[in-house]
Design a protein around this ligand. Sequence first.
Ligand SMILES: Nc1ncnc2c1ncn2[C@@H]1O[C@H](COP(=O)(O)OP(=O)(O)OP(=O)(O)O)[C@@H](O)[C@H]1O
Length: 451
Amino acid sequence: MATPDSTPQPRICLIEDDEIIGESLSDRFRLEGFDVDWCRTGAEARDALATRRHAVVVSDIRLPDCNGGDLFIELLAEAPALPPFLFMTAFGAIERAVALIKAGAADYITKPFDPDALVAKVCALAERYGVARTASGRDERLGVSPAMGRIAENMPRLARHTESLLITGESGVGKEHVARLFHYHAAGGEAPFVAVNCAAIPESLIESELFGYEKGAFTGAAKARRGYFEQAQGGTLFLDEIGDMPLSMQAKLLRVLQEHRLQRLGGETTIAVDFRLVCATHCDLKAMVEEGRFREDLYYRINVIHLRIPPLRERKEDIVWFMQHFVEAFNRAHPEEARRIDPRTQEALARYPWSGNVRELKHAVERACILSPGPVLGADAFFGEDQDVGAEAPTSRPLADYLMDCERDYLRMVLEQHGGHMTHSAEALGITRKTLWEKMRRLGLQARDDA
Ligand SMILES: Nc1ncnc2c1ncn2[C@@H]1O[C@H](COP(=O)(O)OP(=O)(O)OP(=O)(O)O)[C@@H](O)[C@H]1O
């Protein structure tokens, strides 16, 4: 099947006069698969933006010949359909950055920043503007962390050369998602992908489910049925929670994998089967082998290529990327209710441990998108009334308290910018005046008498 080799690389316009920062960011963006126009001055940036199409513009504010923010405002007046602008601002210039966002800039990051965090933001913006997708139209990226980048990069090669894959990782990290990507590369979208959760099938039924049966094979077998092995013919069989497969069944699975043939229950003929096998587990199979709970020969048979998917807490840069990813998915489905995440909330959520991994994060974002009364997802959208998510914060201080502080600071700042005027502040925040008033009351912020 076609690999995305021929896809044109999305291009970034980097406006940065500092030689060291400019060079290291250019290198990093190229490593992430972007082409880069590195402009040292506002004039160079003007030329680049006028002649080429860019996925994202990453701009410093202080430039030798102009102010990056002013340049943006000027360009916006000339050509409203600009690519998304992300500003790199000094810590003391956050107010300017907030004003630029109000004027239409997409995001900002405060110096000094972690390059991973910048890459995560840039990738999210590139995706939002529809340029980070591959030629197939399918989103094949697994995140922006080096660990997931390597897995995604190796996938086409793995799909060409291996028939079997073992994927390990905690619950919700995306094992099945990776298995589907492998399948997509190996067999294409038309071939069957059959997912079986070995832990969910009672031991007494697992053989008939996998092997199928002939009519009359046992009481209740009113007609013949193809098992999962046969259903996966020409495609991929995904055996999730393989560590839960009973030992007796492990021996039978091994035989099918070696002989590529099987007999249905109650059947007399052998049937040829041909499928790729992806096994997944959160268990330590090696330890299970040592304890005699998993067959050693099957362990070696399925463990030709092993992919370990790290938990989200070990790849924090993916957290913001996933948040944007799921918000964008919501926005595509509900364009009239488009949401965006407050940058401060992003930072707080990136620090949260996400013990349920991508699944927990996805549900938290979906819930926030649905329940939020306005377009901006602030802390309370994630850690609202019941505070389910916040309850698991690992620090000595509850996350909900921390997020409330962030929200209080942000509201205070926006109110100050609007001279305490509540209607204007509420508009800037994307919430109703009533919601702002309720938040202020909850957060202990004083309203101006005449506001
Ligand atoms: N790269 C990704 N892009 C988009 N969604 C993802 C990605 N990775 C995981 N998800 C989503 O996160 C959720 C959990 O992923 P998945 O089911 O693949 O995890 P898992 O590790 O197989 O979980 P479990 O061990 O509990 O079966 C799913 O809703 C999936 O669609």
